[in-house]
Ligand binder design. Structure first.
Ligand SMILES: [Zn+2]
Length: 287
């Protein structure tokens, strides 16, 4: 425990480990890793990995949550919470999700949102590199570059930098940008990574319901995520029957790690040009 805590920069970093595991075991057996900005992002965007590992004996999901939750919105029973009370409540929610989802480890790095958005947020990158060195995951779930939440894109930038630095000892097989604050439905079908989220519907509901502090007050992220997944599954193929019942779309971010000179803007703008081309072709065909 102390060795791992010693490599993380923030004194308030929180590490939850599955019962019966040592920290080193919990980190090193990780096969699927989600790295998200906020408490709840992992359950919304990386459910494919959580479900794949849920009842498996050789696949293990671990989560890293970068920010501290102190700037979260608060309504209803939480309206009078101080920033620190909110931080504690949100960290507890994330730990509970890890327990329900049978994660191997859940690490909360405890950075303020504004710290992560600073260009040279070296400490976050170093924390991530240290954890990647211990985990060496096969699949990594990240935010995606066209997300409209500043903190999500800032965290994504830190993650890509960390994966690039870690590339000399490990490059995950799959590095996937996932939809949260903007869908990826607009990608060309050939660019979409389909992440099947149909397994264990009762687990999905339990995980989403954990984040009471954000759902309270009428912001029904839990229902919105389920609706998006269902819509993704049905609106994928205009003619065929539904292959899936619940899908999250992802975008392949591995090229950013394999080619360290490739700017993230270039990768995502090229996909947007594809969308422009597709729309223009169809409109011109029928006008
Ligand atoms: Zn978020």
């Amino acid at each position: 425990m102390f060795l791992v805590m010693a490599i993380l920069k923030q004194p308030g970093s929180d590490i939850w480990i599955r019962d019966g595991f040592s920290i080193d075991d919990a980190l090193s057996r990780t096969t699927h890793l989600g790295i998200g900005a906020h408490q709840d992002d992992l359950e919304f965007m990386a459910y494919e990995g959580i479900a794949a590992c849920y009842e498996s004996e050789d696949l293990w999901f671990s989560g890293i949550t970068v920010t501290d939750g102190r700037s979260s919105s608060r309504k209803g029973a939480y309206a009078d919470y101080t920033d620190n009370e909110m931080r504690v409540a949100r960290m507890a929610e994330q730990r509970k999700a890890a327990e329900i989802g049978r994660y191997s480890a859940q690490i909360q790095l405890d950075y303020m949102s504004k710290e992560v958005k600073v260009d040279a947020c070296e400490a976050v990158v170093e924390d991530l590199v240290a954890l990647l060195r211990k985990m060496k995951p096969n699949t990594v779930y990240l935010h995606q570059p066209a997300d409209k939440h500043d903190a999500h894109v800032a965290v994504l930038g830190r993650c890509i930098e960390a994966l690039r630095r870690a590339a000399d000892f490990h490059i995950p097989d799959r590095i996937i940008g996932c939809e949260v604050w903007r869908s990826l439905d607009w990608l060309a079908d050939s660019d979409k990574i389909a992440m099947d989220c149909g397994a264990y519907p009762e687990l999905t509901e339990s995980l989403n319901a954990v984040f009471d502090s954000q759902i309270t007050g009428g912001k029904r992220y839990d229902l919105a995520v389920l609706g998006r997944r269902r819509a993704n599954a049905t609106f994928f193929d205009t003619h065929g029957s539904d292959i899936y019942t619940s899908v999250t779309w992802g975008i392949d971010l591995k090229p950013l790690v394999e080619d360290t000179s490739l700017p993230m803007e270039a990768l995502i703008l090229e996909k947007m040009v594809e969308l422009s081309r597709d729309v223009a072709n169809r409109v011109s065909k029928f006008s």
